[in-house]
Each structure stands twice: as structure tokens, then as C-alpha cells.
Write a protein that binds this ligand. Structure first.
Ligand code: HEM
Length: 430
């Protein structure tokens, strides 16, 4: 049994959080290179932390050792999300997982397809009429309005003022989330944190009102009410994350990375290939998840010692698994930094199990199938209707890594494809 290489240093003095937040890939890749290993240790958030960055070790961590760890978000986020599955231990988490699965899977949302189609049409049918589209902002607005419609039954066109208020509350709430680890200035931290907590309370109040007013049998809110949450407060707390800014940002990130990747001038015409083959489009989406997962990974607190891939992980340590680095593990993915959809041509279902864009194991994302389906519908629509090219900026765009990874804003221009060339893979025909 080996001890992971790396320095945990002295409390506070040895902390390397700032270096980590400044550039996640630089921080991790330099250590992988220095230690010659994809598992190493250091001190983050003033806690000795084991980093897990190989595909096989992330898999092992999330599927075999989950009972020996708790999720490491409570101290940072509890004041902003209240009692929530993200902070629960195994048995409670299993109960809540089952309830949420019952409410969130696509089949449980009979109106899902119709609502998604409506918002795709509303936000993307006219992209060609503008010379330059700010891609990330366009996807984020789409995703924000879609989430309000899906989870609060609130249509931004019918109730623009209310939708605007909710979106701005969600933004202030989000500023509280990002200010937690990054802010060293206590005065700023406390003011943005206070506003974020006030926004959380207002969002919860709104959720309460919407829950009370919903009679429609097929709506998400009605199903959520009947799902078996132990009381009203538990129910409200579990709707909160999905009307917050977190999910739209993740959706916009994936769609922006997809749009950018399919612009590459150095490759065959990937847009055309994706238009002609739904398999190829599927591989492009898997490559997008592999190279640019919006959620960095996850943090856990170790409750009992265990051995991970031959390394000792001691009780009292934290563990951070980093999906985007594990997805570039050269032992698993040849030429790992290259966007190569054809790598998925063989046995893609089996290989997909090596992606952690939505986590893995019992604590994986409850929204996985819903989100994958949504991303597929949007991307099908885009390749079916448009060709697009990047504006002035470089293909090799900078990424912003935390708290949600995404390409920095880019502009693109969209032209409609000749409909006679396009195959009939518009989302309505799926
Ligand atoms: C593109 C959008 C999304 C991405 C990329 C994403 C990603 C993730 C990831 C990586 C985790 C695991 C974190 C960890 O291991 O610590 C997670 C957990 C979770 N996700 Fe998502 N998610 C998305 C959207 C959603 C949606 C729409 C829902 C609800 C319908 C949802 C519900 C959850 C829940 C409840 C958990 C925590 C599960 C637990 O603690 O057991 N997510 N998500």
C-alpha cells in the first residue's frame, strides 16, 4: 500500500486553494507530471486532500468506496441550499434519490417533449437572422426559461416580470455560491452571502406559492407534491437547486462546448456528418462530455480509511475527484486532448461508463437522462437547421473552470442549411 505523493504542508500555511482556483488544469497537470501519478495529495480548503484523476480510480472511488465517505459540501453550501440530498448520508440519500428519480425522470414529465420543443423553437429558430450570436448567453437564457417552465410551470412570455424576478434572485443566490471558497475578504463575503441567503428565502417562498397553486395533474409540481417527501419543507428544499442558476449554467456550458467543437476548421465537416448520422451526433456529444464536463467533479470527506488503486486514503482527509482530468487519462483515451468523435464508434455504450460528467455510483446525478435527452434534442435541432462558423475569436478558446467549467463567451454566425440537403432529424420527429 502506497501513500499518495505530494505535500499536505502545515495548516493554513500549506494551503494551496488559491493556486487551485486560479487554474485547475495547471494545478493538477503540473502535479501529475511532477509525481508521475494521477493520484496525489495536497492541502485544499485547509484540509489534507487526495486528488483522484485517473479513470479507473474515479470509477472505483464512486462505486466501491461511497459508503466510506460523506459528501463534502455541507460546510460550504448548507446555508444556501438548506437540508438537501447533497448533504445527506447514505441511507437518507438513497431514500431521497428514489423519490427524486420518481419525479425527475423524463417519463414522469409527460409534457417534457412538448415544453422542450416549444422553447427550442422560441430561442433557436431565428439564429440566422442575426450576424453574430453570443453563444453562451443564448443557451443560458434558453436553459433558464426552460427550467422555469419545467420545474415551476412558469412561462417567461406569459409572466415576464415574475420570470425576470426569479432569474435575478437565482443569480444573486449563485453569487453566494461562488463567493464561498473564493473570497478572502470577510466584509464582501458576508454581504454577498447575506444577499444570497435572502434570495434563497425568497425563492423558497415562490416555490411554496407555486406548489400551492398547481392543480394540473401532469405538471412537475403536482408530481413532486405526490412523490412522498416527508414534509413540505423537504419538498421545497429539493426543488430549490433546480430553479437556481446551477442547472442552466451546466446546460449552457455543454451546448457552448458542443457548438465550438463542431466549428473546428482542421477537421472534416463535423456539422454535416452530425446532420447525416445520428450515431455521429451521439459520438460528438460523448466527446463534449468527455473533454468539457461542466461540473469539475466532486468532493468527499473520508469517514474510514480505505485503499484506492493501491493508495491509502486516510480517515479525516478530503477527496476530490476531477472528471475532466480523468477523462483525459491517456491509459484509456488515445490522444486524449483531441476532439475525436470516431473514438466512440466501437462499443460506445460500454465506454460511456468511463465518463463522469454526471458523476457515478449511488450518488450520481438524478437528472442524467433528462439532461442527456435535452442536450441531444437541442443539438439535433441545431445541426438539422444550421451551419455555423465562429466569429473573430480563436478556436482554442480559454476556459473558465470554477465553480462551473465553460468556454469564455464566443460569437458565432448561423446560416440555414438548404433543407433539401438536411436529413429529417428535427427534434419534433425524434
Ligand atoms: C447538464 C446538467 C447537469 C450536470 C452536468 C449535472 C452533474 C452532476 C454531477 C457531476 C453530480 C455528482 C456530484 C458529486 O459526485 O459530488 C450531480 C449530482 C446531482 N444532480 Fe446533477 N447535473 C445536472 C443537472 C441536474 C438536474 C436537472 C437535476 C435534477 C433534475 C440534477 C440533480 C442532481 C442531484 C439531486 C444530485 C446529487 C445526488 C446525490 O447527492 O446523491 N442534476 N449532478
Amino acid at each position: 500500500m502506497a501513500i499518495p505523493k505530494g505535500k499536505i504542508g502545515y495548516p493554513i500555511l500549506g494551503d494551496s486553494s488559491l493556486e487551485f482556483y486560479r487554474s485547475v488544469p495547471l494545478y493538477i497537470n503540473s502535479r501529475i507530471e511532477e509525481y508521475g501519478a494521477r493520484i496525489f495529495q495536497s492541502r485544499i480548503l485547509n484540509k489534507p486532500t487526495v486528488f483522484v484523476c485517473s479513470c479507473s480510480a474515479v470509477k472505483e472511488l464512486l462505486t466501491e468506496h461511497h459508503t466510506k465517505m460523506s459528501l463534502g459540501y455541507k460546510a460550504m453550501l448548507h446555508h444556501l441550499y438548506g437540508d438537501n440530498i447533497m448533504f445527506e448520508e447514505a441511507t437518507e440519500a438513497d431514500r431521497l434519490h428514489a423519490l427524486m428519480h420518481h419525479v425527475f425522470i423524463q417519463n414522469a414529465l409527460p409534457k417534457f417533449d412538448r415544453i422542450v420543443q416549444k422553447f427550442i423553437q422560441r430561442h433557436f429558430s431565428d439564429l440566422h437572422s442575426s450576424d453574430s450570436v453570443q453563444v453562451y448567453e443564448t443557451f443560458k437564457l434558453f436553459a433558464t426559461e426552460l427550467m422555469l417552465a419545467l420545474f415551476l410551470d412558469l412561462d417567461a412570455t406569459d409572466s415576464p416580470d415574475l420570470a425576470h424576478d426569479v432569474a435575478s434572485l437565482a443569480t444573486t443566490h449563485w453569487h453566494g455560491v461562488i463567493s464561498v471558497p473564493l473570497n478572502l475578504k470577510v466584509s464582501y463575503w458576508s454581504s454577498s452571502c447575506k444577499q444570497a441567503v435572502e434570495s434563497k428565502d425568497k425563492l423558497l417562498e415562490l416555490i411554496r406559492t407555486r406548489l400551492a397553486s398547481q392543480a394540473d395533474k401532469g405538471s412537475f409540481l403536482t408530481r413532486a407534491r405526490q412523490a412522498g417527501f416527508k414534509d413540505q419543507s423537504e419538498l421545497e428544499q429539493h426543488i430549490l437547486p433546480f430553479v437556481s442558476a446551477l442547472v442552466p449554467k451546466a446546460i449552457a456550458s455543454l451546448l457552448t462546448s458542443f457548438t465550438l467543437a463542431l466549428c473546428s476548421k482542421s477537421k472534416d465537416n463535423m456539422q454535416e456528418m452530425a446532420r447525416e448520422s445520428s450515431d455521429y451526433l451521439e459520438w460528438c456529444l460523448l466527446e463534449t462530455e468527455r473533454l468539457w464536463p461542466p461540473v469539475l467533479g466532486g468532493r468527499r470527506l473520508v469517514r474510514e480509511d480505505f485503499i484506492l488503486d493501491g493508495y491509502k486514503v486516510p480517515k479525516g482527509y478530503a477527496v476530490i475527484y476531477v472528471s475532466s482530468i480523468a477523462h483525459r487519462d491517456p491509459d484509456v483515451f488515445k490522444n486524449p486532448d483531441t476532439f475525436d468523435p470516431t473514438r466512440w464508434a466501437d462499443n460506445s455504450k460500454e465506454k460511456e461508463k468511463l465518463l463522469f460528467c454526471y458523476g457515478d455510483g449511488p450518488r450520481c446525478c438524478v437528472g442524467t437522462s433528462l439532461m442527456k435527452n435535452l442536450i441531444k434534442k437541442v443539438s439535433q435541432y441545431l445541426v438539422g437547421r444550421y451551419n455555423w462558423t465562429l466569429g473573430d475569436q480563436d478556436e482554442d478558446l480559454d476556459y473558465k473552470w470554477l465553480p462551473m467549467a465553460r468556454p469564455k463567451e464566443l460569437s458565432a454566425s448561423f446560416t440555414k442549411v438548404d433543407q433539401s440537403e438536411a436529413l429529417s432529424e428535427s427534434p419534433g420527429k425524434d
